[in-house]
Design a protein around this ligand. Structure first.
Ligand SMILES: [Zn+2]
Length: 295
C-alpha cells in the first residue's frame, strides 16, 4: 500500500500523520511548537521508523513562507512574529533526512487541497478556504491551481471597514492594528471583550460584530476571486451559530450584486464549514504529498 506523510505546522502545535486518506490513517501525533531546534527533530523522529514506506511528504505551515523554488530562502518561514521562527528553514532539514518528494505550502492552501479532495469542495476548481482562529488566513484554488503568484496570498491582513464609534477597539495586528486579523481573530475577540470567545453566549454582542467583519472580508474575496464556494474553518468558526449571521451579512453587503443562484438562492451551500473539520489542515498535507507525485 502507498503511504504518505503529512505535517501541519501551526503556531502552537505540529501535527504529523502517516496515511493515505481520511479512512486510512496509520498513525498521528501532536508536537508542541516550541523552538525550531526542539520541534523539528521530533517531527523527523516520528517519521523515521517508517520512512522507507513513504512515497512523499506534504508540509502545510504557518507563514509567511518563501515558496519560490528559485529563491535562496525557498522552504523557509520568513518574517513571522513567532519568536525564534523567522528565517527558519522548514523544508531543508526534512528533505535532507528523507530524500523524498516533498510538497511545501501554506497551512491554508494545504487545507483547501484537502477539502477539494475529500471535503466540502469536491468537484470544484475555484474556491476559497478561510481559517479564523489564532490567526486568519486564506487558501484558494483558482481553476484547479493553488494560488501563489508573487508569494502566497495573505488574506487575513486585508483592510476592513472599521466604525470606531461602534467598535473603538484598536485591533491587535502588530503590522496594521485593525486589519481583518487584527479585528476578528480569536485573540482579537479576547482582547476586545476581556474573555475567551468560546465562553460567550450566543446572544453576546461579540458575534454580530464578528459576523459583520467576516462578512466584509468574504464579500471582498467573492468579488475578487469569484469562488464557487467559500469554506470557513478555524477555532472561531466552531461557533456554528456564526454561519447564518455571516450569510446574512454577505447578502446584505453584496446588495443583489453577483447575481448568481449559488449566492442569492442557495447561500447555505455556498458559505459552509469544512467537511474535514479541524482535520482539514493535516489531511490537506497528505493531499499535498499525493499531489506532489501525481497520486
Ligand atoms: Zn495585519
Amino acid at each position: 500500500m502507498s503511504l504518505y506523510g503529512g505535517i501541519e505546522i501551526g503556531g502552537t502545535k505540529v501535527i504529523c500523520m502517516m496515511g493515505t486518506d481520511p479512512e486510512h490513517i496509520l498513525s498521528e501525533t501532536r508536537i508542541p511548537t516550541t523552538s525550531p531546534g526542539e520541534t523539528l527533530p521530533k517531527v523527523i523522529t516520528f517519521f523515521e521508523p517508517s520512512a522507507d514506506q513513504l512515497e512523499a511528504v506534504g508540509i502545510g505551515s504557518f507563514g509567511p513562507l518563501d515558496l519560490d523554488p528559485d529563491s535562496s530562502s525557498y522552504g523557509c518561514i520568513t518574517e513571522t512574529t513567532k519568536t525564534g521562527w523567522a528565517g527558519t528553514d522548514i523544508l531543508g532539514p526534512i528533505q535532507s533526512v528523507f530524500g523524498l518528494p516533498i510538497g511545501f505550502d501554506t497551512d491554508v492552501n494545504a487545507a483547501a487541497l484537502g477539502e477539494q479532495r475529500w471535503g466540502s469542495a469536491q468537484g470544484l476548481d475555484t474556491f476559497l478556504y478561510l481559517t479564523i482562529g489564532t490567526g486568519i488566513g486564506g487558501g484558494a484554488l483558482v481553476e484547479g491551481n493553488l494560488l501563489h503568484g508573487l508569494m502566497h496570498p495573505e488574506m487575513g491582513h486585508i483592510p476592513i471597514p472599521h466604525d470606531r464609534n461602534q467598535d473603538p477597539f484598536q485591533g491587535i495586528c502588530p503590522y496594521h492594528h485593525d486589519c481583518f486579523e487584527g479585528l476578528a481573530s480569536g485573540p482579537a475577540l479576547e482582547a476586545r471583550w476581556g474573555a475567551r470567545a468560546e465562553t460567550f453566549s450566543e446572544d453576546h454582542p461579540a458575534w454580530a460584530l464578528e459576523a459583520e467583519y467576516v462578512g466584509y472580508a468574504v464579500v471582498s474575496y467573492i468579488l475578487t476571486l469569484a469562488p464557487q464556494r467559500v469554506i470557513l474553518g478555524g477555532g472561531v468558526m466552531q461557533q456554528e451559530h456564526l454561519f447564518p449571521l455571516i450569510r446574512s451579512e454577505v447578502l446584505e453587503i453584496l446588495n443583489g450584486y453577483m447575481h448568481v443562484p449559488e449566492i442569492i438562492k442557495d447561500i447555505n451551500h455556498y458559505i459552509v464549514p469544512p467537511a474535514l473539520g479541524n482535520q482539514a489542515g493535516i489531511l490537506g498535507s497528505i493531499a499535498l504529498a499525493r499531489k506532489t507525485i501525481g497520486h
